[in-house]
Design a binder for this molecule. Sequence first.
Ligand SMILES: OCN(O)CCCc1ccccc1
Ligand code: NI
Length: 186
Amino acid sequence: MLTMKDIIREGHPTLRKVAKEVDTPLSEEDKALGQEMMEFLKNSQDPEMAEKYELRSGVGLAAPQINEQKRIIAVLIPAIDENGEEFILFEDVMYNPRIISHSVQKAALADGEGCLSIDRPIEGLVPRHERITVEWTDAEGNKKQQRFRDYEAIVIQHEIDHLNGKLFFDRIDPLQPYAARDFKLL
Ligand SMILES: OCN(O)CCCc1ccccc1
Ligand code: NI
């Protein structure tokens, strides 16, 4: 199972490289890799497993973060319903994800962002597209296309950035990190 020691940190060159598309039909290796990444997210969101294996909780993971220069991301977004019950808003391993359209409207998490590969807090708003349409291949080899907005869209953009060698703080305005000019705060 993947643990924090498998996650490369700021300064490792792979974090700044552009990852390569994976071949389809998917190889067994690439399917296994995606499964391992999703298992890490599930473990990281399970209080007992997270404590036992000292995992930082994550809602997404990109293959470059485990030093694999492949365009694979795992996304596991939980939410709480009106009765306080937790449910999964979105769960999938996305192969060769591509943003095929997006809103002009921008959005940012009011509390900023963090990253499993960055071991320090970096303040500031990270402006991203408020809505995106993403195309990808899933682990069964199906071509998928879905529209995302708000938090889900933010997470998926954070992960796709990793595939292009970008880190969240690249998008923070160094002169005015908290200027929420024309974007929606989430
Ligand atoms: O790349 C995933 N990872 O570093 C975990 C953090 C994911 C994440 C955190 C805040 C906003 C968007 C995405
Ligand atoms: Ni990250």
